[in-house]
Design a protein around this ligand. Structure first.
Ligand code: ATP
Length: 223
């Protein structure tokens, strides 16, 4: 039996303990064999990152170092055009084979906007979706009334509460998993740095050392 691989995409501008704790809890809670961190290149759904691709990659590398469950995937970060998740998953499927279960992680906030993603229905053919309940955001089942009808249909059809379903099937389920509420965001960290405050204890020391050595996020608004 092969265990599912988790996929955590993000800008990681910078990587912080919210990302790491989410990945650790999902890896253990769902018995995953690995979590791949995939820093985005030019993200299609949001403002452009402040740090360069090389810097965000380096911060992610430093942040995950020493955790045997975590790995870094560079396929998106240097691409000059927006990377769509569906295309990344297609590539991963080609490499890992049809028999590997994949779990795409996302926060509840991201799930609520899923129907706006490029070719979003195809995501279910390629991976399971694991929704991590992020602090300060309504749970997706509570927020169901605000979901577009087409996404609500998929949720009703695919929702499972059994982690085993992520192993038994290779893609197509939606599972909501609580994660410890760490109300940390990269936006907050950038703002602290811009204001001349220390974001220490919100992110790994190695990542903060890198930020300070390279003078990152000093002259921005943090938004
Ligand atoms: P920003 O503040 O710049 O928008 P962010 O802190 O939300 O960034 P991203 O790189 O956009 O970080 O996040 C990548 C993924 O990690 C997203 O799915 C997001 O929902 C999730 N995530 C980020 N912070 C947390 C947190 N504190 N707890 C749980 N999940 C988180």
């Amino acid at each position: 039996m092969t265990f599912p691989i988790g996929i955590l995409g993000g800008t990681f501008d910078p990587l912080h303990f919210g990302h790491l704790r989410l990945a650790q809890e999902l890896a253990e809670g769902l018995a995953l064999s690995e979590v791949r961190f995939i820093p985005a290149g030019l993200p299609p759904h949001r403002a452009q990152p402040f740090a360069s691709p090389q810097q965000r990659l380096e911060m992610a590398r430093l942040g995950i170092a020493g955790n045997p469950l975590f790995s870094l995937d560079e396929r998106e970060v240097f691409k000059p055009t927006p990377c769509f998740t569906v295309e990344t998953l297609l590539e991963l499927r080609r490499e890992l084979g049809a028999m590997q279960s994949l779990c795409l992680f996302m926060g509840a906030d991201a799930f609520l906007g899923l129907a706006a993603w490029h070719r979003w229905r195809e995501l279910f053919d390629l991976a399971h979706i694991v929704v991590a309940q992020r602090p300060g955001v309504d749970g997706i089942t509570r927020a169901a009334a605000t979901l577009p009808a087409e996404l609500l249909n998929e949720l009703n059809r695919r929702l499972t509460h059994e982690p085993e379903a992520l192993r038994d099937e290779l893609s197509g389920a939606i599972l909501v998993h609580p994660v410890t509420a760490l109300d940390i965001s990269a936006t907050q960290i950038r703002s602290e740095l811009t204001a001349g405050h220390s974001p220490r204890y919100l992110l790994p020391d190695a990542v903060l050392d890198y930020i300070q050595t390279n003078g990152l996020y000093k002259d921005i608004n943090g938004t």
